[in-house]
Design a protein around this ligand. Structure first.
Ligand code: PMP
Length: 294
């Protein structure tokens, strides 16, 4: 990529000129929301679903996005075109905007909107076959009645502290439980387990983001005729599972081979995980909004 162009409040600016105020409440308080989106072969995967979640997150925190969904979609498409991008990652951020040092969001007149597109540093291809090492962490997922994890907010300190715990354990991913000890999700991915050919994923009310990839996998399970249940489970169920995998925009569908020192299944990505990954990769360039014809 020669010059990197960034959308910032209606302008397209270079990386060097993409600056936001120190009084922006996104910076001061993590007051804002975001989306991480993929573009595959010129297709913004699940574009409408990501925009839907962005506007839902905004509504939930009482932030009025001053653009319509199709205007944001067009700004994403134009940022992609200006960066001549066919495959990559889109970061769409809407913060409360510039205010004063007080918390009161009423002081913030205009939300800040920015779009960054970049190449993606994802797991190496061998990790999709061999799986990840994961650990459960003591840090609990944010309580839904304190900061609901369904809001994809800019306040990611809960996830960062969890990621630090998995780093200390030299693991690739963390598993977060809620205050009752039920498994919720990874540090930045949803989680699924497979036992006796039934696939389980925690219901999001336990405290998990309603992942777009999670939903795509639930739909694929239906298409493929796999039995899927959204029901609570504990780390015990994870340890004895035949397969465990994470889903997310960046990670796609990736197995865990070892969790808290227990080998999962065969110690490699299992057949259901690999089948779901294969089918998922078939739809990513088809389902969404086409910026370029492939
Ligand atoms: N959970 C968390 C906490 C996340 O940040 C993400 C996104 N990185 C996910 C789950 C997966 O969501 P999606 O499939 O929409 O990327």
């Amino acid at each position: 990529m020669s010059e990197q162009w960034i959308y910032l409040d209606g302008q397209y600016v270079t990386k060097e000129n993409a600056k936001v105020s120190v009084f922006d409440h996104g910076f001061l308080y993590g007051d804002g929301i975001f989306e991480g989106i993929r573009i595959y072969d010129g297709n913004i995967f699940k574009c409408a679903e990501h925009l839907g979640r962005l506007y839902d997150s905004a509504k939930s925190i009482g932030l009025v996005i001053p653009l319509a969904q199709d205007e944001i979609r067009e700004a994403m498409a134009e940022t992609i075109r200006r960066n001549d991008m066919r495959n990559g990652y889109i970061r769409l951020v809407v913060s409360r905007g510039v205010g004063n040092l007080g918390l009161d969001p009423r002081r913030c007149a205009n939300p800040t909107i920015l779009i960054i597109v970049e190449q993606l540093a994802i797991y190496p291809e061998e990790a999709y076959i061999n799986g990840l090492r994961a650990v459960s962490v003591s840090q609990r997922r944010n309580l839904p009645d304190a900061l609901n994890p369904k809001i994809k907010s800019l306040n990611y300190l809960n996830n960062i502290l969890v990621k630090m715990q998995s780093n200390f354990a030299d693991a690739d991913e963390a598993i977060m439980m809620n205050a009752q000890g039920y498994v919720t999700e990874g540090s930045g991915d949803n989680i699924f387990i497979v036992k006796n050919n039934v696939i389980y994923t925690p219901p999001c009310y336990l405290g998990a983001l309603e992942g777009i990839t999670r939903l795509a996998i639930i739909e694929l399970c239906e298409t493929l005729g796999y039995k899927l249940k959204e029901e609570p489970f504990t780390m015990h169920d994870v340890y004895i599972a035949d397969e465990v995998f994470f889903t997310g925009t960046a990670a796609e569908v990736i197995a865990a081979r070892e969790i808290d020192g227990r080998v999962i299944g065969s110690g490699q990505a299992g057949p259901i995980t690999l089948k779901l990954l294969e089918e998922f990769r078939k739809i990513v360039s088809l389902d969404g909004y086409k910026v370029w014809e492939a």
